[in-house]
Design a protein around this ligand. Structure first.
Ligand SMILES: [Zn+2]
Ligand SMILES: [Zn+2]
Length: 329
């Protein structure tokens, strides 16, 4: 099969690989589309460690089940021909204190798609069938792909803001463009912060229901009850804290962030808090994939051929599109 692999920091290469074979409890999936995530950039840049390179990145996989591995459980839910989505969470141990407490996103031995397990920048992939999800009808392969990480992580981050009525989104990329629609549907007021001078991104945010959009370093027109930081820029943490009303929370939703500069305690005082969101649980996936069509969430997608995966990542890095890039096979 054709695939694109990360072979080391900064090294992305198109390769021919042997077709993967599903083991017990696994399915072989023909990939139709795979969303491109900022985490893929962090993996390529060496900011997030790949345990055993090389690895095929891509963890927003949409495909069709081709075969089930031999020797799996008699109880299974997937059959050849079914369309499934495969997200970042690829395997959990089911036994550690986090798994037993319903917090499998924090599993000590979790394995992640496109990082520990070969992902979806390939014609075929193999996944544990317990971590594959049926996808809502009404979305084609291209449009549904960004729901699988941008949507899922955005959803988890949004839940961490409780019932905050005035929500700031810092970094208006793939995740923010999905979750802004959910927040507006829930009756929240959305304030979008983009890279300074990104008039196109600010206009895009307004079309998705943001009542205000402006530069990230500018203050909002009024206090916020919560802020989600999707950008990988640590300097935004004190910026967002300064924008918060008392009791507000700053949620850092990325897997990697540059160092957070020191800040005066008084901007945290008043029961403000800063927290991160890590990974997702299967419950997050099930609940968000049911919620998205009800909103309904619409995604803005930009297709790239597999051979152009490097260009997709470059365009993401440079902020050359609004919404999400998707590799279309
Ligand atoms: Zn575990
Ligand atoms: Zn992701």
């Amino acid at each position: 099969m054709r695939a694109v692999r990360i072979e080391g920091p900064g090294i992305l290469r198109a390769v021919e690989m042997a077709d993967p074979e599903p083991g017990p409890g696994e399915v072989l999936v023909r990939v139709h589309a795979c969303g491109v995530c900022r985490t893929d950039l962090h993996l390529l840049d060496g900011e997030v460690r790949i345990p055993r390179p090389p690895v095929v990145p891509g963890h927003q996989i949409v495909g069709t089940v081709v075969a089930r591995g031999k020797g799996g459980s008699a109880e299974h839910s997937l059959e050849p021909g079914m369309r499934v989505g495969i997200p970042w969470l690829g395997w959990t141990c089911g036994r550690c204190r986090y798994c037993l407490a319903g917090r499998e996103n924090l599993c000590d031995r979790a394995r992640f798609t496109g990082c520990d397990i070969d992902g979806g920048f390939a014609e075929l992939t193999v996944a544990d069938e317990r971590f594959c999800f049926p996808l809502p009808e009404g979305y084609d392969d291209l449009q549904v792909a960004p729901l699988l990480c941008a949507g899922l992580i955005g959803h988890r981050a949004l839940r961490m803001t409780g019932d905050a009525g005035r929500l700031g989104l810092y970094g208006f990329g793939a995740a923010a463009h999905v979750i802004a629609q959910v927040a507006v549907a829930e009756g929240r007021r959305v304030f979008a912060f983009t890279r300074p001078g990104d008039a196109s991104g600010q206009a895009f945010a307004r079309t998705l229901g943001a009542e205000w959009a402006g530069d990230s370093l500018a203050g909002p027109p009024e206090e916020l009850d919560a802020a989600i930081i999707f950008a990988a820029a640590g300097e935004l943490v004190p910026v967002a804290l300064r924008a918060l009303a008392k009791g507000g929370v700053v949620v850092c939703a990325g897997i990697h962030m540059s160092d957070i500069p020191a800040f005066p305690y008084e901007i945290l005082w008043g029961e403000r808090s800063v927290r991160s969101v890590a990974n997702l649980t299967r419950d997050d996936a099930r609940s968000f994939l049911a919620l998205a069509p009800a909103v309904p969430v619409r995604t803005e997608v930009h297709p790239y051929a597999l051979a152009d995966a490097g260009r997709a990542l470059d365009d993401l890095r440079a902020g050359r599109f609004n919404g999400a890039a998707v590799i279309l096979l």
